[in-house]
Design a protein. Structure first.
Length: 409
């Protein structure tokens, strides 16, 4: 199986797919799958632009809307995770994962799917210690604080991934696992990313949550983006243990190393994206303790009877089939010939894919549970000092084009 791995998309789907088609034609190969490591920017229309967490000068429609509307169709199956520059209102509709457009699948805030017999997992967002233990309290429309915190990785999603026992072949994270530079040529890295040197030397470059998952899951391949550069590493897990090949890639710009094709041993095709039994079992079990307010969730004591849950999911998938529920439009797509005022575009919607998946798993729909969430978020009562939930913009939320001294975006 040939898989193209792409770093930060930033909405430039046309450019990435054109590059893939060029590689296919010049090398006489067929690429089976595209993986995107975040900052996908699935902007459907003018309203989504309000939820796009980028500086105003970078707020562009780009090309995703053409694939959402059906004007264009992705020429290769595409799987992506979220980063820190996303239309978060749309991704929240697909919290559990789903088709963002035909042939373009979002893994969810955390998720695992199968492509053929290859198992692909991922974690969306970036790590921020101040928000890591909070619940998913953000709801559209976002304010100046929640438009940033919504894409910060939460302990709940990481905890669910930590329950995975069956082997994962590929894992995606937007930011790098903490300490990954110890396993590659970091001295070469800091020759062209000088501002990384201090963080590498003090051991603060990367995500603690991703490092925890790397240690637990030990996948053969781990792909990331976020820092806008190419970096490779080889992680040996214990003496004589499995090895993880790590690769981070750049953003989609001419002359940047944003795309690489890797070959992975797999069963013969044809391949298609399918639900993963173990992940659906974990989702079903932990949805009852889904933390939907700003307060820390209480889920560490939830016991997962993996065998019973997996057998239940397996029987349901055998009856229905494992293909994800079909894509459907939830808002009008952008029309360049008839741009509309943002205020006239309808807002948050329940996504039929999400509703169908939850009905299939016999779970309630909770993503639009806003009363309790906003009551806590907007409460006039101050949080305690020890909570340290400051809403100032942290350095890792500043784009490297804005701040040449730090490349974390």
């Amino acid at each position: 199986m040939r898989i193209a791995v792409e770093g930060c998309m930033h909405g430039d789907l046309d450019k990435v797919y054109t590059t893939i088609q060029y590689i296919e034609s010049t090398q006489n190969i067929k690429i089976d799958l595209l993986l995107c490591c975040g900052d996908f920017q699935a902007v459907r229309n003018e309203k989504d632009m309000e939820s796009l967490s980028v500086p105003p000068k970078y707020r562009e429609m780009k090309s995703f809307w053409k694939y959402y509307s059906g004007q264009e169709v992705a020429p290769v199956p595409t799987i992506f995770i979220g980063g820190n520059h996303e239309a978060s209102n749309y991704l929240w509709e697909l919290y559990y994962g789903g088709w963002a457009a035909p042939n373009i699948y979002f893994l969810g805030f955390a998720g695992i799917v199968k492509f053929g017999n290859i198992r692909i997992g991922g974690l969306s967002g970036i790590y921020n210690a101040r928000h890591y233990h909070l619940g998913h309290h953000e709801r559209p429309p976002y304010n100046d604080s929640t438009i940033r915190s919504v894409y910060h990785v939460r302990e709940y999603d990481v905890h669910k991934l930590m329950q995975v026992e069956e082997p994962i072949d590929i894992f995606l994270s937007h930011d790098w696992p903490l300490g990954i530079t110890d396993y590659g040529n970091w001295k070469e890295l800091v020759r062209y990313k000088k501002h990384f040197k201090e963080e590498i030397q003090e051991g603060s470059l990367g995500s603690k949550a991703a490092a925890q998952l790397l240690e637990k899951l030990k996948p053969p391949y781990w792909f990331s983006a976020h820092l806008h550069c190419k970096f490779a590493a080889l992680v040996q897990h214990e003496e004589g243990g499995p090895v993880t090949k790590f690769l981070a890639l750049d953003k989609c710009l001419p002359g940047h190393k944003f795309l690489q094709v890797v070959e992975i041993e797999s069963a013969p095709g044809p391949y298609e994206i399918q639900y993963d039994e173990e992940w659906l079992a974990i989702t079903r079990k932990y949805n009852s303790v889904f933390p939907l307010t700003i307060r820390r969730g209480n889920f560490s004591n939830t016991l997962l009877d993996k065998q019973d849950c997996c057998e239940w999911v397996k029987s349901r998938l055998q009856a229905r089939g494992a293909k994800p529920f079909e894509f459907s439009l939830t808002v009008p797509p952008y029309n360049p010939s008839q741009p509309v005022a943002i205020a006239s575009v309808s807002g948050h919607h329940r996504n039929p894919q999400t509703e169908s998946l939850l009905q299939f798993l016999e779970l309630p729909y909770v993503l639009d549970n806003t009363a309790e969430s906003r009551e806590l978020t907007n409460s006039p009562a101050p949080l305690t000092q020890s909570d340290d939930y400051s809403e100032e913009i942290p350095i890792e939320d500043v784009d490297d084009e804005e701040d040449p001294e730090h490349g974390n975006e």
